[in-house]
Design a protein around this ligand. Structure first.
Ligand SMILES: [Zn+2]
Length: 181
């Protein structure tokens, strides 16, 4: 598996692309989530470290097939229109969820599960953003890089990139900027 694979609007993967090391994950949020094996074991380390701070973090979404991405993409366009959808959801083949290396993280707190924009101002999220790189993850769509990633800020979307994560973190680089160097 190429942990540095760049998948975005200009770099799609084919419909038939299926990562070869998918494993089933433990998630309280949803059954039958799959992830790349190494991305998952690294997330479990992050999760363990979070728990030492009494932060309960979990996986809301992981691997998505091309077909599933197509379904949710069309659904969002139907509901909100194209111009809303295009900066918020990837077209089928252009989602890095299809690589099994992307995780949408959620936060459990006071018996409630916080997802997507609900986690934005939680201390857990600040902690995740400061520590995820130690476990090989980056915040893939940061707030100040929307013009480069072409996505609005997604504080919940982590991407496993392996050993380059800390380099990207300290140099404030997106995967696009790193790949173009
Ligand atoms: Zn995501």
């Amino acid at each position: 598996m190429d942990y540095q694979i760049l998948v975005n609007k200009d770099n799609p993967v084919p419909r038939a692309y299926i990562p070869n090391e998918l494993v089933k994950v433990e998630s309280k949020y949803k059954d039958n989530i799959l992830l790349d094996k190494k991305a998952y074991s690294s997330f479990q380390e992050l999760q363990k470290a979070a728990l030492e701070n009494n932060y309960q973090i979990d996986i809301e979404s992981g691997y998505r097939t091309f077909d599933y991405q197509e379904k949710i993409y069309n659904k969002l366009i139907d509901e909100k229109g194209f111009s809303y959808a295009i900066t918020r959801i990837a077209e089928p083949g252009k989602s890095e969820h299809q690589t099994g290396l992307a995780i949408d993280v959620c936060v459990y707190k006071n018996g409630k599960c916080y997802i997507e924009h609900e986690i934005e101002n939680l201390p857990e999220t600040k902690w995740i953003h400061e520590n995820a790189h130690k476990y090989g993850f980056i915040i893939r769509f940061p707030e100040e890089k929307e013009n480069i990633t072409k996505y609005t800020y997604e504080p919940w979307h982590l991407r496993y990139v392996g050993e380059i994560a800390s380099y990207l973190y300290y140099n404030k680089l997106t995967l696009e900027e790193y790949s173009e160097r």
